[in-house]
Design a protein around this ligand. Structure first.
Ligand code: EPZ
Length: 435
């Protein structure tokens, strides 16, 4: 398994371009199934999860080719409607292929994606939405068999989500694009990745209104068209590297990500003593569901231990749960008492124990973590347990005196193209080592 070695307390300097968004690219790749033809996605991050999604699409009969950061998906012939189990177990988000298969083929089978370290992660809202659209769903021995009912086509309807689930919103969107009639989704997730997905689907010929709001309207169509679309920069990767600057100090510019997708995290960097300036780039206008958005530049500098913060995670535009552990990492190396309330996933404080091995003082009280800023941390041997928790250990290691070795870094490789490449380009002493 891969491991990372870090020598801490070196301020970061320079500028890097941020990879494409994992959580925007994956639903777009799944949505390519809806079109009996060619879909081209550019700025697709080279990470394990997108490689896994390509394998799934190929197993279903698509042909997928990657050229650098572009992925070409030809879904002309779908030969299977069973999502291979081994992939669903390793990548939960593949469950949204069910909606795409129902839309395109009128049927689809998928095993239950297990929970994971950060929580139980049920899919009741996914299945509720598909059933409301007329899908007949049989669950037996952990397998979900779904079919679109008598005439093989889902029906538009009104779906009301009790929680703005990102995955369930994506599931309903993919199922509604080719359904008969109009689907209204109330209580939809509003994450930037959902808005991007709506823009991508409209670019394919879908008819979706309301992107970026809690209420989406989808007019079902009979077919889609060949299209090309650019995936936006990954706001969570950008936020992770911003946390790295808050941990190690320095002055860094992050390019290719929309500052407006990170409004609250950037405001909190400032409140914690960082200096943040943003600009919209002149290049790359991107047609999305909510008009033309520009990608931009974010400059973050910090001169010393971060000040305390109080934050609560929640559905967008609240603070993103995916940045909770990177923020915990730099606050642990900062000063003062911080409080983080995790309100999205019930098991997402797993990194606190590893941070304590580095001298962090963290008290867990149910959904709240109280972090007593240690002013600095010490290098240690630690282990990544999940994707964002692993990245948080790299953030903490940059603030630690001495050397840190982070084990089990395969988790990090699921979502970060190359965290060592990126942070080394900013002057960090960080490298991959075999374990
Ligand atoms: C997506 O997961 C992201 N993954 C997650 O990022 C992210 O943390 C999460 O959204 C929240 O923003 C991808 O986009 C691939 P949810 P998802 O459905 O769709 C409950 C990362 O690190 N829920 O919004 O699984 C659920 O238990 C990953 O990149 C139900 O109760 O998130 C959780 O408490 C981690 N029933 C809450 O909603 C359901 O049917 C949020 O889950 C579905 C969800």
């Amino acid at each position: 398994m891969s491991a990372i070695r870090v020598s801490g307390c070196i301020p970061l300097k320079g500028e890097i371009s941020i990879q494409g968004s994992k959580n925007a690219a994956l639903p777009m790749m799944a949505a390519a199934l809806l079109h009996k033809g060619l879909t081209v996605l550019t700025n697709v991050p080279r990470i394990q999860d997108t490689a896994c999604m390509m394998k799934i699409l190929e197993a279903l009969g698509c042909s997928c080719i990657r050229r650098e950061c572009s992925v070409f998906i030809d879904a002309g012939e779908i030969k299977k409607t069973q999502v291979p189990q081994e992939y669903v177990r390793s990548m939960r988000s593949s469950i949204i292929l069910l909606g795409a298969l129902l839309g395109r083929m009128g049927q689809g089978n998928c095993c239950y994606p297990g929970g994971c370290l950060i929580g139980a992660r049920p899919i009741d809202l996914h299945l509720m939405a598909l059933k409301k659209m007329g899908a007949v769903i049989r669950e037996e021995d952990g397998i979900i068999e779904a079919c679109a009912g008598k005439d093989g086509r889902l029906k538009g309807t009104e779906i009301v989500f009790s929680y703005p689930s990102v995955g369930a919103t994506e599931q309903a969107l993919l199922a509604a694009v080719l359904a008969e009639g109009v689907t209204i989704i109330r209580g939809a997730a509003m994450e930037p990745e959902i808005s991007q997905l709506c823009g991508f689907l409209n670019n394919m010929g879908a008819v979706i209104c309301g992107a970026g709001t809690k209420n989406l309207m989808i007019q079902g169509v009979r077919s889609l068209r060949d299209s090309a679309f650019r995936v936006e920069g990954d706001r969570i990767v950008a936020g992770t590297y911003g946390a790295a600057v808050m941990a190690a100090g320095g002055d860094v510019t992050l390019k290719g990500v929309r500052p407006s997708a990170l409004k609250l995290p950037l405001a909190l960097f400032s409140r914690s003593g960082g200096k943040v300036t943003v600009s919209e780039s002149s290049g790359r206008l991107q047609a999305t569901g909510i008009g033309c958005e520009k990608e931009g530049r974010i400059r973050i500098s910090s001169k010393g231990p971060a000040g305390p913060l109080a934050l609560k995670t929640g559905p967008y535009p609240e603070f993103p749960t995916d940045l909770q552990s990177p923020f915990m990492a730099f606050l642990a190396a900062g000063r003062g008492v911080s409080r983080i309330e995790e309100r999205v996933f019930e098991g997402r404080f797993g990194t606190a124990g590893e941070l304590e091995k580095m001298g962090a003082l963290i008290r867990l009280e149910g959904k709240t973590a109280v972090i007593y800023g240690a002013g600095s941390l010490k290098g240690s041997a630690v282990k990544a347990a999940d994707l964002r928790g692993g990245a948080a250990l790299a953030v903490a290691a940059l603030a630690a005196k001495g050397e840190t070795v982070i084990g089990d870094c395969r988790h990090i490789e699921r979502g970060y193209e190359d965290i060592c490449r990126d942070l080394s380009a900013l002057g960090a002493r960080i490298q991959w080592i075999g374990e």
